[in-house]
Design a protein around this ligand. Structure first.
Ligand code: G16
Length: 548
């Protein structure tokens, strides 16, 4: 490996800027774009090492800061099966971006030695970037060392994060998962969605009626390109009206994160009432639905509502198919308590909890035959075990089963193709939601009313060093700073059905506060009081949160 060239370019073009507290977070490294140069250069190196470690398997690199504001950017590494980077390599990534320029080569050599990497093995990296202005230069900086190290680079340019995951899996499965091109991605999902219209016999319940009109807020991000392509391909079946389609400022008062946190419609929202709208985020891996009703009330259908729609439909199909399949849901502490109650008590489906971050949810979901995982912020998907996919596909050919069973397995089999199993994918999830609403002949109001969320609120608190916040029990209990959890418990005890927790964000320099309780009039007060406690115990800076 040509270390002298790596060293020379590192020192002259991408020197370490010695950032304090830099670490591989919830979704890789994320910060102001101008601080990322040496980080992406070194991640280019690491992706080659990771690929060599895995005998030349394709590793993904995505340049994006997803929901963050435009001046931010980030990079994350995707493992060959589409999963997020393995956790012990996250630590290596953090160490590699921290070492001084003078120690870079020695550190690379020690990683090679510790991991027993064959330097002569081939290596391949698949790279994509979002539509931020800073993304092109950062992607070039990441590609530079990959070329110096003579690894293969497949640069797909501007794509959504889920498209990158899809491409990584297709390339590593030699096309078994799908055709490893962007056209292959659109064709796979569109064809399955088109097919769903013939096999899902829409019931006519005469009360609600499915409408194939959908307004999509694309957050002025890369998802707008993908949404436009689906609009073109699915024009005869569904009318997708896209707004915030790239002309405005990325994620500014729009996108899934804004809509979820503010519980309000995005900028440029169509003024019509009771129409079905969806918001995706800056790199199109999150989705929420919403509508504004005749009383001008904003109604949100977030990741929890999407998860429940999917779980209930899968359960129905599994039961009707007669197949023995163990179905489960994975949520995080942000899941609304009412959604968890509904799944466990009404649907009778087990729920598991993990820390925030799809990497955690994905792994836990793999323990079910069919694992649905969703964060309340709209990030999620469904994963099927390989044997279960085989079993479902084989059943579609079984002549001995009843018509009802055949119908269910055909539907299950087609759903597998609509779903991007490699990671949460806003547009694939959108097609899945539309398929289920169509099959049930549900409008968005009916979906919203299947259970009522507990009133909830999320706030952000700025502190000197967010790493002071440490949590346990899937982030539901805070163990540092001392005394904060006791204070939260005391505050919460005054609110019927109250629940609140705090955690340091892994993507933004803030502490997140979540609160829910029975009375909508109280929830703002509860969130504000807990925020004030965080401010006082954890070294708040800037504006003091006002406890009402
Ligand atoms: C990323 C992760 C999500 C996580 C979100 C917020 O999403 O992929 O799993 O929920 O960040 O994380 P945190 O609360 O730690 O800031 P995205 O869409 O921003 O890539």
């Amino acid at each position: 490996m040509d270390y002298s060239e790596i060293d020379h370019i590192s020192r002259t073009c991408f020197p370490n800027n010695n950032l304090k507290n830099i670490q591989y977070g919830t979704a890789g490294f994320r910060m102001r774009a101008e601080l990322l140069n040496h980080v992406v250069y070194r991640m280019g190196i690491l992706s080659v090492l990771r690929s060599k470690f895995l005998n030349g398997a394709g590793i993904g690199l995505m340049i994006t800061a997803s929901h963050n504001e435009e001046p931010d950017n980030g990079i994350k590494i995707v493992d060959p099966a589409g999963e997020m980077l393995e956790s012990d390599w996250e630590e290596i990534a953090t160490m590699l971006v921290k070492v001084q320029d003078t120690e870079l080569i020695e550190t690379i050599k020690s990683i090679i030695k510790d991991k027993n990497i064959d330097e002569n093995s081939s290596a391949s990296v698949i790279i994509g970037r979002d539509s931020r202005e800073s993304s092109l230069a950062l992607s070039k900086a990441a590609i530079k060392p990959i070329e110096i190290l003579k690894a293969t680079v497949k640069d797909f340019g501007i794509i959504t994060t889920p498209q990158l995951h899809y491409l990584v899996v297709c390339i590593n499965s030699n096309g078994v998962y799908g055709v490893p091109t962007i056209d292959g991605y659109f064709d796979k999902l569109s064809n399955a969605f088109i097919k769903s219209q013939t096999i899902e016999n829409k019931i006519n319940n005469k009360k609600y009626s499915y409408t194939n009109q959908l307004y999509v807020d694309a957050a002025n991000g890369v998802g707008a390109f993908a949404a436009k392509e689906f609009k073109k391909q699915l024009n005869n079946i569904i009318t997708i009206n896209i707004f915030n389609d790239g002309a405005g400022k990325l994620n500014y008062k729009c996108g899934a994160d804004y809509v979820k946190i503010h519980q309000a419609p995005p900028l440029n929202n169509p003024s019509k009432l009771n129409i079905k709208c969806a918001s995706i985020d800056g790199d199109a891996d999150r989705l929420v639905y919403y509508y504004v009703d005749e009383n001008n009330k904003f109604n949100l259908l977030d990741g929890d509502k999407i998860a429940i729609l999917i779980v209930s439909y899968l359960k129905e199909l599994i039961e009707a198919s007669g197949l023995s399949i163990n179905l489960g849901l994975v949520q995080t502490a942000y899941a609304n308590g009412a959604s968890t109650n509904y799944v466990t008590e009404i649907l009778n489906v087990p729920v598991a909890f993990t820390e925030t971050g799809v990497k955690h949810l994905h792994h836990r979901a793999q323990q079910f035959d069919i694992g649905v995982y969703f964060e309340a912020n709209g990030h999620g998907t469904v994963i099927f075990r390989d044997e279960i996919i085989k079993m479902i596909r084989n059943s579609t050919l079984n002549k001995e089963i009843s018509n009802q069973q055949r119908e269910s397995v055909l539907k299950l089999s087609n759903l597998i193709d609509i779903i991007n199993q490699t990671v949460g994918d806003a547009l694939s999830d959108m097609l899945l939601v539309e398929t289920i609403l169509y099959a049930r002949d549900w409008d968005i109001v009916m979906w919203k009313e299947c259970y009522l969320d507990f009133p909830n609120r999320q706030l952000k608190v700025k502190v000197k060093d967010r790493n002071i916040i440490k949590t346990t029990d899937a982030e539901r209990k805070c163990i540092s700073p001392i005394g904060l959890q006791e204070k939260i418990d005391e505050i919460v005890s005054h609110y019927p059905k109250g629940r609140s927790f705090v955690r340091a964000s892994g993507t933004e320099d803030i502490v997140r506060v979540y609160a829910e309780c029975q009375d909508p009039m109280d929830v703002e007060k509860l969130a504000a009081q807990v925020s004030l406690a965080v401010y006082q115990f954890a070294g708040g800076v800037g504006e003091i949160p006002i406890a009402i």
